[in-house]
Design a protein around this ligand. Sequence first.
Ligand code: NAP
Ligand code: GLV
Length: 313
Amino acid sequence: MLLLHLSDVDEDRWSARLAAKLGGYPIVRRGDQFDPRDVRYIFVWKPLENAFDGLTNLKAVLSLGAGVDALLRHPRLPEGVPIVRFVDEELTQCMTDYVIANVTMHQRCHSRYVADQAARHWTQFYPAPAWDISVGIMGLGELGRDAAEKLRALGFAVRGWSRKARDIEGVETFAGPDSFDAFLAGTDILVNLLPLTPETEGILNRKTFGKLRRDNLNGGPTIINAARGGHQNEDDIVTALTDGTLGAASLDVFQTEPLPEASPLWTAPNCYITPHIAAISNPDSGAAYFARVLLEHEQGKPLPNVIDVDRGY
Ligand code: NAP
Ligand code: GLV
């Protein structure tokens, strides 16, 4: 039996899509009558505190999100039960779309022309070509790798930073904390696609911003955060945008979501805010993925995309 436990998303829609893909496999939802001992899989997003209570025969936890940081902080997450996260072509494409849109916007000096327009100034400044701009991607996993490859194909100079050494054609790669400063020193636009873990929490801070390459990208070094709000020190971002340490920031995620009305980020100079929409889990491709994972596992196949709980992603 599969139990759905989805908060803050359209559970009706997911339920219908999953039912269509699962054939006759039984699905239940919170509020239905069922014996928790019959639940073999639970599909979760923002699970409540009692979500896992009584589920003594769980074979896997299926995470609607690609990021599992919040799930791993669940106070009653069952120990030893594998967690499968969402990995999906459409989600990856949407994230790459977001990254490319924002990188290109900053490379083409969007902030400068917005300011010129507001002041009715006609100044023919010509932005540098893509190959003169270095995009540094933190995280070279499912999302970071795709963004790196596609930015490279667009002509950008691309570098990437990960925990273990990664090899991506045409991309200069760096691994581990010892190479972080060298990675930053050649980066004009810093893109964050890391998972949120104790090691990466708060990584977008004043110290990091101060190590980015200056005087190459017109307007100053720029950050793009599409991973998690916990990666960013929001006071540092406001200060850095105000004193010129950063030229611009594109932020899709925030420490508190929705971003509180009182946040100074709303009006910080050259701060481009989107409401955590970079890449959403689509119920059509998502139901197909999770139904396949479940049915194949029931036939004895191994679970894909299982996260390493100790590593945190
Ligand atoms: P992933 O496949 O697990 O890749 C994670 C990458 O980060 C890997 O390259 C990993 O290094 C690297 N990494 C982890 N810890 C590190 C550390 N301490 N130092 C350096 N590199 C480190 O994750 P993904 O699928 O690409 O997703 C990344 C994140 O995007 C998710 O965790 C989620 O928070 C976020 N996300 C946001 C949205 C949105 O709409 N804004 C949508 C989906 C996902 P190794 O390669 O060495 O393992
Ligand atoms: C969205 O942020 C996700 O983790 O899938």
